[in-house]
Design a protein around this ligand. Structure first.
Ligand SMILES: *[C@@H]1O[C@H](CO)[C@@H](O)[C@H](O)[C@H]1NC(C)=O
Ligand SMILES: *[C@@H]1O[C@H](CO)[C@@H](O)[C@H](O)[C@H]1NC(C)=O
Length: 286
């Protein structure tokens, strides 16, 4: 019976430690960088326990490890045969810190693995990072396929808002580098190319994304245009503006917080109840 009690207090202690360990990270991590945006898997599948699978595993591990020190990288794993070759890259949003980049890529890799079970290739775009792998090489190849288009509600024609949006978008094309950011008044714009594109390819891809944003999203108060290798997004301070987006994730954080508190309380009550039961049983056993 002393053993049972020891076991109970030990498990309570472990539980307490675990909850302490998870709390701060859960509530403090910038959860919006891991917000899911889109994903895709190839049709072809690979054989389980094949050389391809082990190459895929080492590719994904390389991506996750590399994201601790670089915001972009590509890897090619050449198998013993051409059929086992695999190519992959990740790109973190240019303004993410290294720890956030690593967390994001790890999360994207996990999600892609879950979603694209046994498919040769997969792609996963989260708010803060992009991960793609395939057995056909796509590294250094421009890709302007529209993969995700989202337009907010139309604010009606507001010439001032539209001209400052157009100016912010033009500013994005006018800057250099794979990551671009701009703002004016309430309007915010952000653009990102994957690091494997040349400057010219990045320009071309972003010009396409931005002209599509203008034509497809019209007078919407926000727009997201994700092409195969680049994206451009804007918000005009309406429903989708960044501070409100943060507010949303805070709400989500508070919900998670409340759920965890609830679970902790529930578990504590259960443990106390079990301890009580075991005491009664032990007494009856005597
Ligand atoms: C990728 O793998 C699939 C399935 O094994 C195969 O049919 C396809 O030819 C491969 N593609 C390349 C480029 O090797
Ligand atoms: C892939 O990575 C290698 C080594 O990091 C680099 O030299 C090469 O330019 C990269 N290729 C592309 C297409 O980004």
């Amino acid at each position: 019976m002393a053993k049972t009690r020891k076991f109970l207090s030990l498990s309570f202690f472990i539980f307490f430690l675990l909850s302490l360990a998870f709390f701060p990270f859960q509530s403090l991590s910038s959860s919006h960088t891991k917000t899911y945006l889109y994903a895709g898997c190839t049709q072809q599948t690979y054989t389980p326990n094949s050389p391809y699978e082990s190459n895929l595993d080492s590719l994904l591990t390389s991506l996750v490890n590399s994201a601790t020190y670089s915001s972009y990288n590509n890897f090619t794993i050449l198998g013993s045969t051409q059929q086992d070759a695999i190519y992959g890259l990740y790109q973190c949003r240019g303004d993410l810190s290294m720890p956030d980049c690593a967390t994001c890529v790890a999360s994207a890799v996990t999600r892609a693995g879950d979603l694209c079970r046994q498919t040769c290739g997969g792609a996963m775009q989260l708010d803060g990072c992009f991960v793609k792998y395939d057995n056909a090489t796509f590294l250094g190849v421009e890709d302007k396929t529209v993969v995700l288009k989202k337009c907010g509600p139309s604010v009606g024609y507001n010439p001032e808002a539209m001209s400052s949006r157009d100016a912010v978008l033009a500013g994005l094309v006018g800057s250099s580098g794979p990551f671009r950011e701009g703002g004016s008044g309430g309007v915010r714009g952000v653009a990102q190319c994957t690091g494997d594109l040349s400057f010219g390819e990045c320009q071309d891809c972003l010009s396409e994304a931005i002209s599509r944003l203008k034509s497809d999203c019209g007078t919407a108060d926000y727009g997201d245009m994700f092409l195969g290798k680049c994206y451009a997004r804007y918000s005009t301070g309406g429903a989708h503006d960044t501070s409100k987006a943060h507010g949303k994730s805070n709400n989500r954080g508070q919900k998670t917080f409340a759920i965890i508190i609830g679970l902790l309380a529930g578990a504590a009550i259960l443990i106390v109840f079990l301890a009580f039961l075991s005491k009664i049983c032990l007494r009856q056993g005597k």
